[in-house]
Design a protein around this ligand. Structure first.
Ligand code: NAD
Ligand code: UDP
Length: 350
């Protein structure tokens, strides 16, 4: 299949791309590099060659909000008699804190960018899409309650609101169903880790907002200590619990979702992509330390605004429908994250 990936130079994009290539798909990758590095694409190519993968990819440097840019990619693929059949839509801005500071930017990039993409897809009759949504759209359900796909949606920040909005647009497109779209919305929980080669991984711009990149920075002595946000949450050890999933397990779910969609004439498939296992901040820190035999100094600080104590997926639907099981343990995630930072102490070459 010829597949377009938006945001393909990013963290999840590079890992999803290698999985799609390994499965024999040719790719068109779009990225504006607003939150990624061209070196990530060079590494993807290098990894593809090392793994002796024959499938090919092209990279298109541009912005999703630029309709002409998008149209050219679709029209060139059509002219080549090998049109783009499906889109994996990952491009977007993802920092909760920035979205609170710059909401209009988030609505513009995430929602306007997506609408633009959907319009061009419709024009070129490419109506198969997998969209990256997030667990952040769910309302907190209380202590130790797993979130299933029917849990209440009530995002508490502009980032989450843009994801919920894009979901609504896709649901409207599906409802109308004049032109038979196949749509899969994947609600990711907390992807961490890296490809086991250590050639691609997560390299956030500036100070990391998320826990795992923050742990990695401390483990490699780039930051003195980890600040743990809150010690008195109503959890097993007082630190917040999340559902961490290996990025390669998450990557696999995209292709499986796409294959599943193709079995139907038209479909809307909404799935949680998590492991169903809760891990506290302290659990993750201690596992990282012991498996990698390194030190992670930390101190406790006040709770982060807007945080919840417990966000864990009920992932039964994804397991059943996709015939998918996350294979990697928290230990594997820590080993691969450590391998990535050991091989690339400053991330990708800048
Ligand atoms: P990322 O920032 O590493 O990747 C996103 C990519 O999109 C970047 O390479 C960026 O340069 C590109 N991009 C952004 N806006 C663009 C635009 N208008 N045009 C073209 N390219 C653009 O983020 P990621 O962690 O790989 O996340 C991918 C998707 O998954 C995002 O939509 C994110 O919201 C979603 N998601 C991520 C997580 C997570 O924890 N990483 C969790 C839930 C959902
Ligand atoms: N966290 C922390 N220190 C950090 C970053 C995050 O203690 O430097 C905590 C955060 O409060 C949350 C958990 O780690 O309870 C996971 O945070 P992350 O931002 O990675 O994921 P999210 O909260 O978006 O699920």
């Amino acid at each position: 299949m010829r597949i377009l990936i938006t945001g393909g130079a990013g963290y999840i994009g590079t890992h999803t791309a290698i999985n799609l290539l390994e499965n024999g798909n040719d790719l068109e990758i779009i990225d504006s590099f607003i939150n990624s590095y061209p070196a990530a694409i060079k590494r993807l190519n290098y990894l593809k060659n090392i793994l002796k993968i024959d499938s090919k990819f092209n990279i298109h440097n541009g912005d999703l909000r630029n309709q002409k840019f998008l149209e050219k990619i679709f029209s060139d693929s059509k002219k080549s008699n090998n049109p783009i059949e499906a889109v994996i839509h990952l491009a977007g801005l993802k920092s909760v804190g920035d979205s609170i500071r710059f909401p209009e930017k988030y609505w513009d990039f995430n929602v306007n960018g997506s609408i633009n993409l959907f319009k061009v897809m419709e024009k070129y009759e490419c109506r198969n899409i997998v969209f990256s949504s997030s667990a952040t759209i769910y309302k907190y359900q209380g202590k130790e309650v797993l979130l299933d796909e029917n849990s209440v949606i009530e995002p508490t920040n502009p980032y989450g609101q843009t994801k919920a909005e894009i979901e609504k647009i896709l649901q409207d497109i599906n409802k109308e169903n004049v032109n038979k779209w196949r749509i899969s919305i994947l609600r990711y929980f907390n992807p961490i880790g890296a490809h086991s080669s250590g050639l691609i991984g997560e390299d956030p711009f500036g100070e990391p907002n998320n826990l795992f990149p923050a742990i990695i920075k401390v483990s490699s002595n780039q930051t003195r200590e980890l600040k743990i946000f809150g010690y008195d949450w109503p959890t097993i050890d007082g630190t917040a619990v999340r559902d961490y999933i290996h990025v390669m397990d998450l990557a696999k779910a995209h292709y499986l979702a796409l294959l599943k969609l193709m079995e139907f004439e038209s479909k809307l498939l909404i799935l949680n992509i998590g492991t169903g296992i809760g891990t506290s901040v302290l659990d993750l820190v201690n596992t990282f330390k012991s498996i990698n035999k390194c030190d992670i100094p930390y101190s406790f600080t006040e709770r982060r605004k807007g945080d919840f104590p417990y966000v864990v997926a009920d992932n039964k639907m994804a397991e059943k429908i996709l015939n998918w099981k996350p294979r990697n343990t928290i230990e594997d995630m820590c080993i691969d994250g450590w391998n990535w930072i050991k091989k690339n102490p400053s991330g990708y070459p800048k």
